[in-house]
Design a protein around this ligand. Structure first.
Ligand code: SF4
Ligand code: SF4
Ligand code: FES
Length: 315
């Protein structure tokens, strides 16, 4: 009596059928340790470092958001969002997240062309987002919100998602993670986390152009029907409120100085025809040093202006 030959072939890698994330990303980073000058300050970085590593090591003239870069584990950079543009003496304006730190390079975060590129690209990112911060579970811990505040966004030139009348219902089917695709900026961090760090192969990017969205590799429609194991890594790395842990998805009352229902709701110039004021709170200017009152805390810089009269109408 014969029997089936014992299977000796090596098992395929677990990720063979999983759509690639960082596994297919080209390597980035320099050839060896480097010293670069960022806004006049020399900083040394190790082998494989990129310009964002150097920038994070110094106090820069302007903030560099880097929304599709995570900086830990095997997540990104994807060079998708281009909110991290900086100017170099040798190569012009480049994305800091993925440009190798070359020894001797001089970097400026406050060069006009780089600053303008970051502004334009942040507005492009905002055009994929509904900017409803006060009803978002990531309010107060959102990287996109931080970037919009730091860059003092007043009227995103390409509008926001709500202006286009596009709305996709929430995927609230999972008991662990809520998906709000109206806030997704397509940074790909969650796909990398799910496929390349957790090696679960649940998430993928699907569609193209305006129809690009987060979907499931198993071709199902909802998180509940997917093969998700509820590890939560995708929500941890998501820079916006698109993936939020259940239980805090309606945490609408986190007090964020300066934000109110008017100035954090997307009502953009393009659709309304006229400006209705800033969409994000602005920092007050330092009060004139001639003000003698030592107890007045408004003399500090970085105090948020909580002017309820500014901002668009609550729809
Ligand atoms: S929670 Fe689910 S979808 Fe998110 S990383 Fe873990 S397995 Fe993937
Ligand atoms: S769900 Fe979040 S992490 Fe995933 S692509 Fe959208 S914004 Fe990025
Ligand atoms: S962080 Fe550099 S392109 Fe997105």
């Amino acid at each position: 009596m014969s029997s089936e030959p014992h299977e000796t072939a090596e098992a395929p890698p677990l990720t063979e059928e999983i759509a690639p994330g960082t596994a297919s990303d080209p390597p980035v980073g320099g050839d060896g340790p480097a010293t670069v000058t960022v806004d006049g300050t020399e900083v040394s970085v190790g082998a494989d470092a990129t310009l964002i590593d150097a920038i994070e090591g110094v106090e820069t003239e302007e903030s560099v958001p880097a929304l599709c870069h995570y900086g830990r584990e095997d997540i990104g950079p994807r060079s998708e969002c281009r909110t991290c543009m900086v100017e170099t003496d040798a190569h012009g304006v480049v994305p800091a997240c993925s440009f190798p730190a070359e020894d001797g390079l001089t970097v400026r975060t406050d060069a006009g062309a780089a600053s303008e590129a970051r502004d334009v690209n942040l507005d492009l990112v905002l055009s994929d987002h509904n900017l409803r911060c006060t009803t978002c579970g990531k309010n107060g811990r959102c990287e996109l919100q931080d970037a919009a505040i730091e860059q003092e966004v007043e009227e995103p030139r390409y509008g926001v998602l709500d202006d286009r009348g596009e709305y996709e219902p929430l995927d609230d089917t999972s008991s662990f993670i809520q998906i709000d695709r109206n806030k997704c900026i397509l940074c790909n961090r969650c796909v990398d986390a799910c496929n390349d760090v957790q090696v679960e192969g649940v998430l993928r990017m699907e569609g193209s152009g305006q129809d690009t969205r987060i979907g499931f590799q198993s071709d199902v429609d909802t998180m509940e029907d997917s093969t998700c194991v509820s590890c939560g890594h995708c929500a941890t790395v998501c820079p916006t409120g698109s993936l939020v842990e259940k239980g805090i998805e309606d945490a609408t009352t986190i007090p964020l100085p300066g934000f109110n229902q008017k100035n954090s709701v997307g009502t953009a110039y393009e659709s309304s025809g006229k400006s209705k004021g800033p969409m994000t709170p602005k920092k007050r200017e330092k009060r004139a040093t001639t003000d003698p009152s030592p107890s007045d805390d408004a003399t500090e810089t970085g105090v948020w202006d909580d002017d309820g009269a500014s901002g668009g109408d609550w729809p």
